[in-house]
Design a protein around this ligand. Structure first.
Ligand SMILES: NC(=O)c1ccc[n+]([C@@H]2O[C@H](COP(=O)([O-])OP(=O)(O)OC[C@H]3O[C@@H](n4cnc5c(N)ncnc54)[C@H](O)[C@@H]3O)[C@@H](O)[C@H]2O)c1
Ligand SMILES: O=C(O)C(=O)C[C@@H](O)[C@H](O)[C@H](O)COP(=O)(O)O
Ligand SMILES: [Zn+2]
Length: 352
């Protein structure tokens, strides 16, 4: 597993790390926001390097951007002894890591995650990839970074919606593995959490699972709770005015899959109520039209956990315990989406 460095002075930690990492060339991959807000925090102490940045956003996590990255690597004579630094959120980490690990069959890379979401989840565990044909992370590989360097110095410029998006993965970590963690999250205002503890706790939950099953042959599928339906919703609305951030879509996915946990796994009604209240308090209700349900359900047919035409979902037995490879039907998905839709009419739960 990659080494994870918790840093309070990113420029110094990175300088030290690079001094001990022999490389021919050094490349920085960022997006249009992190080049402005995050690169200045590390640029002064970096040794000689090349920079590539792309237009920020999920819709640029695609083959066209990858081609531009591979061209930049080639034109600047990167070789297998070169090192790439991915400076940004999950989009930069997933795509930059994918490009590095496929260029000349593999170059080393370091992740410097700059969003809450990428610090608690995306930068750890070696899942890399891009979207393709409208499906999330459809092309990709498992490759560990050389290191992940995590610093909260980047977070002050992160917009509130992006912060909240990352919080969805934090809630997920509590729901799948640690009831106590979830109940602490539940009782504290989400904007006033103790972020140092949250980041460390979430990473330790994820790391523990990934170490046991790095290539998602079994147990790791629990990290995908909320993602069967959540990814389908994210993909469906990606290029529309109703587009959702990854965590916002996963929050809806977790509500829908919590409903299925109750209906198919006998998770207690009190647990469903507690999950529903907690997620709605943070995320409110978002636009998911009934007329889109069929299309969303059919996107689930391409989920990577599936076996042939069987849609396998990760569902909760109770808060803090998740099971994987639970077959669900398209009708189940429609019922779960209806559950989400109907929450809009509950007087105490609608905030948006
Ligand atoms: N590989 C994994 O295990 C894994 C896990 C979870 C999510 N993901 C993927 O990660 C992606 C979502 O990650 P994300 O939420 O970090 O999205 P992102 O990379 O798009 O970053 C979110 C936004 O914040 C901006 N930004 C980043 N850092 C900033 C900073 N410090 N200050 C100001 N602006 C900043 C970015 O430019 C972008 O506009 C999705 O593609 C998802 O599929 C991967
Ligand atoms: O690390 C994992 O495993 C996860 O499932 C973490 C998820 O939060 C993340 O969104 C991941 O990229 C989803 O993977 P995918 O295999 O469903 O594309
Ligand atoms: Zn996710």
């Amino acid at each position: 597993m990659e080494s994870i460095i918790f840093s309070t002075k990113i420029s110094q930690n990175l300088e030290r790390f690079l001094a001990n990492t022999k490389h021919t060339k050094l490349g920085i991959i960022a997006d249009s926001n992190t080049i402005r807000d995050c690169y200045p925090l590390i640029s002064a102490t970096l040794p000689e390097h090349h920079v590539f940045y792309f237009e920020a956003g999920e819709k640029h996590k695609n083959l066209t951007t990858c081609q531009n990255i591979w061209k930049w690597m080639t034109e600047n004579d990167f070789d297998r002894q070169s090192v790439i630094i991915n400076l940004g959120g999950g989009v930069t980490g997933d795509m930059g890591g994918f490009c590095a690990s496929t260029y000349k069959r593999g170059m080393r890379f370091i992740n410097i995650p700059t969003t809450l979401l990428s610090q608690v989840d995306a930068s750890v565990g070696g899942k890399l990839g891009i979207d393709f044909m409208g499906f999330k992370n459809h092309l990709g590989v498992f490759t560990e970074p050389l290191a992940v360097i995590i610093s909260q110095e980047f977070l002050p410029t992160l917009p509130t919606d992006e912060f909240r998006s990352g919080y969805a993965e934090v809630i997920k970590h509590g729901l799948i593995k640690n009831e106590h963690y979830f109940s602490c999250l539940k009782t504290t205002d989400w904007q006033n959490q103790a972020w140092t503890e949250i980041i460390e706790k979430s990473i330790s939950i994820k790391k523990d699972i990934v170490e046991k099953d790095p290539k998602e042959e079994g147990l790791r599928k629990i990290l995908n709770f909320g993602h069967t339906i959540g990814h389908a919703i994210e993909s469906h609305y990606l290029d529309t005015p109703n587009h959702l951030l990854h965590g916002e879509a996963i929050a809806i996915g977790m509500l829908a899959e919590a409903y299925l946990s109750h209906s198919k796994m006998r998770m207690a009604k009190e647990d469903l109520t507690s999950i529903t209240q907690t997620i709605l308090e943070v995320f409110g209700i978002r636009y998911v039209a009934q007329s889109d349900f069929e299309a969303i359900a059919s996107l689930c047919l391409q989920d990577k956990k599936n076996t042939g035409k069987i849609i396998n979902c990760s569902l909760l037995k109770r808060i803090g315990e998740c099971e994987y490879n639970i077959p669900i039907s398209e009708e189940d998905i429609l019922a779960a989406l209806q559950y989400y839709h109907d929450l809009k009419h509950e007087p105490d739960t609608t905030t948006a």
